[in-house]
Design a protein around this ligand. Structure first.
Ligand code: DON
Length: 590
């Protein structure tokens, strides 16, 4: 009894002593004691991604002297190996950079393009109806992949290390293998995995020879993918867009009736664009411009919300959720008409993100009653005034930041793997509006702005975002989730700015989503029954617990610390820090 008491006393003293003897430099209040959810800190550099092995690859590159761009490129190629459901070289995405030198923000658009032979009616039957599955599960579903061009452009223009050095870890992971995690093993054993068994190359890459999935802990080796990655490491863009990898891709297109040709591959270019910018609660918002709809609608919604007393409503109260839902509906209505590839369609970015338009939207919101979606239409003019994507962030000790979201669209894209080349092809063509008013896989509708056209980029919701405070990076964030991405990013920003939550807390909070059509307000578990009742009384149509909204990855910078939070909505993700790699194994539990 006495011994037990003595042990308890010793343990409680251990807990109290650090408080009794103040550290020479106290920890900033953001670390510990303020919330049930705590981020992971670093001072030396950090990578947050949906796969911890890939995060560690990025942290290792930082430890070797690479900057945030080197680490992001290394992480991007590593995810193509360890997280093949979304990490990719056969898809596309967006990278947002903040470069400390010159205090510059750059958006790199490496979204897929429609093949040259693509036509507006290519997914319609003779009577003009959408043919189910054609834009999702066939070779025609693939756009010309942009990931290799995007990552290599970033590396060449803004990285410090050599291409070979940043690609070496991904090549090693593909060649030597890595232990299958619980989540991926389960994914492959489930319907998404079973779907792949119909494609011989996909089966050969991710399953045992008898077609059974690897168990957690068993090693997956991807020799063909290692070969392709070596072609890229050795020859740069030409290693993918020309030569034997391109030959194998085009061969597969011919075999399966796809459209991508050698000329399409040779002609692909990543494009640098000016980010979309906004102001909210004294912070600068920097986000992805079209062909993403994310940045435009994020800024549009923040403009509307900036004029409203959100903090006073209380976080996730009925009044607050109602306000978010009404704002979201109006933004998604505009998305359906005004957003598309800016190289093909004049997107009214200025009008949509103007303060005057935000005032007009704000005035149309009734704080007590929902406006039915059918009564909301996209703006006709603007007032004058001046199942799988993945996101990761990197911050280095010099203040360079990368926020990157890339995708194959569905998990494993269209399920078509390129024989002899080890990678999956995207089904991004489904992000076009196949026919005006007909919803895509995410229930989104569109019109002329996002109609299929030769060489055009399909509209995206991917929203890699940076928030700056006094011109310095304060938050990097983003998420997968199709149409839900924009509202997830919105709520991460509101939670951390309006409600002052640390980034782990901001990530953990239950989320809500409305996309105008269908007229449904999706609520994650954790919204109180009282709020749901009040929302129904206001005329909202809550749908509870049907889907989790996003899998965000974020880094906040506060008080000299990088603070990372990898969403716990999906297993397997993680924060890797430079310190952790340097510490002895025993200290790695932090
Ligand atoms: O670009 C887009 O908006 C979609 N292709 C993203 C798909 C997605 O996030 C699926 N992941 N859960």
């Amino acid at each position: 009894m006495t011994r037990l008491f003595a042990r308890l006393l010793a343990i409680s003293l251990l807990c109290v002593l650090p408080l009794a003897h103040a550290e020479p430099k106290p920890l900033p209040p953001i670390i510990g004691y303020d919330s049930r959810f705590q981020p992971i800190p670093s001072r030396e550099g950090m990578v947050v991604s949906s796969d911890i092995i890939a995060s560690r690859v990025g942290a290792q590159i930082l430890a070797e002297g690479g900057n945030a761009v080197d680490a992001a490129v290394a992480t991007g190629f590593a995810l193509a190996v360890t997280y093949p459901q979304a990490g990719n070289i056969g898809g596309g995405g967006f990278m947002l950079l903040h470069l400390a030198e010159g205090n510059r923000d750059i958006a790199i658009d490496y979204r897929e393009t429609a093949p040259e032979a693509a036509r507006r009616d290519m997914f319609l039957d003779a009577s003009g109806n959408v043919i189910e599955g054609k834009s999702q599960l066939t070779h025609l579903a693939s756009g010309v992949p942009g990931t290799v061009a995007g990552l290599l452009h970033a590396q060449k223009a803004y990285g410090r290390l050599s291409r070979a050095q940043v690609m070496a870890p991904a090549i090693a992971l593909a060649e030597n293998g890595f232990p299958m995690g619980f989540a991926m093993s389960e994914l492959l054993a489930g319907p998404w995995g079973k779907r792949l068994l119909g494609n011989a190359a996909a089966k050969a890459y991710l399953f045992k020879p008898d077609g059974s999935p690897y168990a957690p802990g068993e090693v997956l080796r991807q020799k063909d993918l290692a070969w392709t990655l070596k072609q890229i490491a050795g020859h740069g863009e030409d290693g993918f867009y020309r030569g034997p990898v391109a030959d194998r891709l085009v061969e597969e297109m011919k075999r399966g009736g796809g459209l991508i040709t050698h000329a399409d591959l040779r002609g692909y270019r990543a494009i640098e664009r000016a980010p979309v910018r906004g102001r909210f609660h004294g912070f600068d918002i920097v986000s992805m411009p079209p062909p993403s709809s994310g940045g435009v609608h994020l800024v549009q919604m923040l403009n509307v919300l900036d004029g409203l007393p959100l903090a006073g409503m209380g976080h996730n109260s009925a009044a607050y959720i109602h306000t978010l839902a009404e704002t979201m509906k109006r933004a998604y209505a505009d998305r359906s008409k005004h957003l598309g590839d800016p190289d093909f369609f004049d997107v009214p970015v200025e009008g949509l993100t103007s303060a005057a338009y935000a005032r007009q939207i704000r005035a149309s919101i009734d704080p007590a009653h929902a406006t039915p979606s059918e009564k909301i239409a996209p703006a006709s003019e603007f007032p004058r005034e001046s199942t799988q994507t993945t996101h990761f962030d990197v911050m280095d000790r010099d203040g360079n930041v990368v926020s990157n979201t890339y995708t194959l669209n569905y998990s494993f894209g269209n399920g078509v793997a390129v024989p002899g080349a080890g990678f999956f092809l995207n089904n991004e063509m489904d992000d076009f509006a196949l026919k005006a008013g007909v919803p895509n896989a995410f229930g989104l509708i569109g019109d002329t702005a996002n109609a299929v056209e030769s060489k055009k980029r399909p509209l995206s919701s991917m929203t890699p975002t940076l928030v700056l405070k006094d011109g310095q990076p304060w938050l990097a964030t983003g998420a997968p989730g199709g149409s839900r991405i924009i509202t997830v990013v919105l709520q991460i920003i509101l939670n951390s700015t309006v409600f002052g939550m640390n980034i782990a807390d901001a990530t953990a909070q239950p989320r809500v989503h409305h996309q105008w059509l269908p007229d449904e307000l999706h609520l994650e578990p954790g919204i109180s029954a009282d709020s749901v009742r009040l929302l129904k009384e206001m005329g909202q149509h809550p749908v509870e617990g049907e889907l989790l909204l996003g899998n965000s990855q974020s880094i906040m910078f506060r008080d000299g610390y990088m603070l990372g939070a990898s969403d716990t909505r999906r297993p397997g993700g993680g924060v890797a820090t430079v310190e952790e790699l340097r510490w002895p194994k025993a200290a790695q539990s932090r």
